[in-house]
Design a protein around this ligand. Structure first.
Ligand SMILES: N[C@@H](CCC[C@H](N)C(=O)O)C(=O)O
Length: 288
């Protein structure tokens, strides 16, 4: 069986995209693990399926590198918009994409007939613990001193459709994220695991971020994570509501604007290459 794919990234957060409007993808959980492998597969932070929707222009499903399904992906949804427009599947600059965390509105910015960047209306940030699978008490977890592993951290928990734990630090460059990330991801207070953002505040409009994503490890960027970081920065008094906040990530920059009504995220979307894989018994091979 042969499958066509497109490799795309937003700020270096790279996924392998499948057009499931045209082809069916068997077993996406297993394929995500095999294809994401950077040595024996195509290489990526996971896979993304572009599917048919009855309530929006398309539906996005995304799977992390470990095969777990994410409810939302900020960097991938911009690439889905680019895929649909650049392949002339849709012909408008405002589109709706259905996700496991609801329908999101995208505004596509076009250059030379191709999508260059995208603004996504990510919807409201949530703070209530029942939306974030933590077992701490209280309505909001903002700057709450909490034991993670054998150390105490001030954490702020935000759901952008998927769960985030934001930690502000003096410096993020020297952190041993390969050790620290899994301790947060698997902390017992997060029974569904968590994405963790380590943030340095540069000034009231700029944050620097490193992220450890549940299911994928350290990535060069996380769109929902950048939104959670900006929301947490406002709630902690570092930034202001309604102002553009630049989030500098290892793979690029995102602009986030958090208001009482919604969170807007703007950033790039880029195609890397296209290809075809053969799904064969016992594995995959790249077709000639
Ligand atoms: N990279 C993403 C988020 C992907 C899903 C996440 N790892 C989860 O399991 O919740 C983004 O850009 O938002």
């Amino acid at each position: 069986m042969q499958l066509k794919f497109t490799k795309m990234h937003g700020c270096g957060n790279d996924y392998i995209y499948f057009n499931c409007l045209e082809e069916e993808l068997p077993n996406p959980e297993d394929l995500a693990i095999t294809l994401s492998d950077r040595h024996f597969g195509i290489g990526g932070d996971g896979i993304v399926l572009i599917c048919k929707s009855d309530i929006a222009d398309a539906k996005m499903r995304m799977f992390n590198m470990d095969g777990s399904e994410g409810k939302m992906c900020g960097n991938a949804i911009r690439c889905v918009g680019k895929y649909l427009y650049d392949h002339r599947i849709i012909h408008k600059e405002e589109i709706l994409i259905d996700t496991l965390s609801g329908v999101k509105k995208l505004r596509l910015y076009i250059k030379d007939n191709l999508v260059d960047s995208v603004q996504v209306d990510m919807g409201r940030a949530e703070f209530a613990p029942h939306k974030i699978p933590v077992t701490l008490d209280g309505d909001k977890i903002i700057n709450q001193e909490t034991m993670i592993g054998d150390q105490s951290y001030h954490i702020t928990c935000v759901s952008m459709g998927n769960p985030h734990c934001v930690v502000f630090m003096e410096d993020i460059e020297p952190i041993q994220i390969e050790e620290l990330g899994p301790i947060f991801e698997h902390a017992p207070i997060f029974p569904e695991r968590v994405n963790t953002e380590f943030i340095k505040v540069i000034n009231e409009n700029t944050l620097e971020m490193r992220v450890w994503e549940r299911g994928s490890g350290e990535t060069l960027a996380c769109g929902t994570g950048a939104c959670a970081a900006a929301v947490a920065a406002v709630e902690n008094g570092f930034c202001k509501k309604g102002e553009d906040i630049k989030v500098k990530l290892l793979g690029g920059e995102l602009i986030i604007n958090y208001t009482d009504e919604t969170v807007l995220m703007t950033g790039n979307a880029q195609k890397v290459f296209e290809g075809v894989i053969d799904i064969v018994d016992g594995g995959i091979k790249i077709a000639n």
